[in-house]
Design a protein around this ligand. Structure first.
Ligand code: DC
Length: 228
């Protein structure tokens, strides 16, 4: 198992998917689960800052997360929400929702079950998030904390937004990256931080292919490649 943590805009999702494909392993995007609960909160007309009501929504929302690196996908109450959870409303609501203790308890339990199932059936899984190496799977044999400068991450986010037809400027993206970094790393419950034994990989000057190669080398060096 590979735990891949780090802030937004590092190319973490693409890197995690490519790494999982190269290793014939499964893939879990834990951020998509927090996003789906945030969408459920919005759909229920609940204030994302209302921790009691948000916890109730988390208890009733039914999430099904795909673990294929080629086509992960996620459903909320049977509805495919893979595209909708990437929109700006969800991106704004997800910070307070993911800072709600009960939401994290519910989702961490689901994540651990998905990881155990993958290890039983396939032998490997690449899990991306903010707290995988610190909380979800402190026993993971390889933990990577992927970082890049805030400027590089904002520039990448702007490119992604315009490719997806969303309006965005580098200034707005930088402000958003900094806002989320601050929120994710200062929240009381499971703040984002590198595990003590995580390998820090800064990819400010690396492209995606270079980042995947660097991680594959780490996997090989630890003798973690799964065979069947
Ligand atoms: O990786 P992402 O941008 O899709 O994550 C969405 C939000 O969920 C982000 O604000 C941080 C939060 N998150 C978290 O708190 N813990 C995780 N394991 C994954 C994501």
């Amino acid at each position: 198992m590979v735990a891949l943590d780090g802030p937004a805009g590092t190319g973490k999702s693409t890197v995690a998917k490519r790494l999982a494909s190269a290793l014939d392993a499964r893939y879990l995007d834990t951020g998509s689960m927090y996003r789906a609960v945030a969408l459920a909160v919005l759909r229920a007309g609940v204030d994302p800052a209302d921790q009691v009501k948000v916890a109730e929504v988390a208890d009733t929302a039914v999430l099904l997360v795909g673990t294929s690196p080629e086509k992960p996908g996620i459903t909320l109450d049977g509805d495919d929400v893979s595209a909708e959870i990437r929109g700006p409303e969800v991106s704004l609501a997800v910070s307070p929702v993911s800072a709600t203790r009960h939401v994290r308890e519910v989702l961490v339990a689901q994540q651990r079950a998905i990881i155990a199932d993958a290890l039983d059936h396939v032998g490997g899984i690449v899990v991306e998030g903010r707290d995988i190496g610190t909380v979800v799977s402190p026993e993971a044999p390889l933990k990577v904390f992927l970082t890049a400068s805030a400027d590089a991450r904002a520039a990448r986010r702007t490119k992604q937004d315009s490719a997806a037809g969303r309006q965005s400027t580098v200034d707005a993206a930088l402000a958003d990256v900094q806002r989320r970094d601050r929120y994710d790393s200062t929240r009381a419950v499971s703040p984002m931080k590198a595990a003590d034994d995580a390998v820090e990989v800064d990819n400010t000057d690396l492209d995606l292919a270079g980042t995947v190669t660097a991680l594959l080398e780490l996997v090989e060096r630890r003798g973690l490649r799964v065979t069947g």
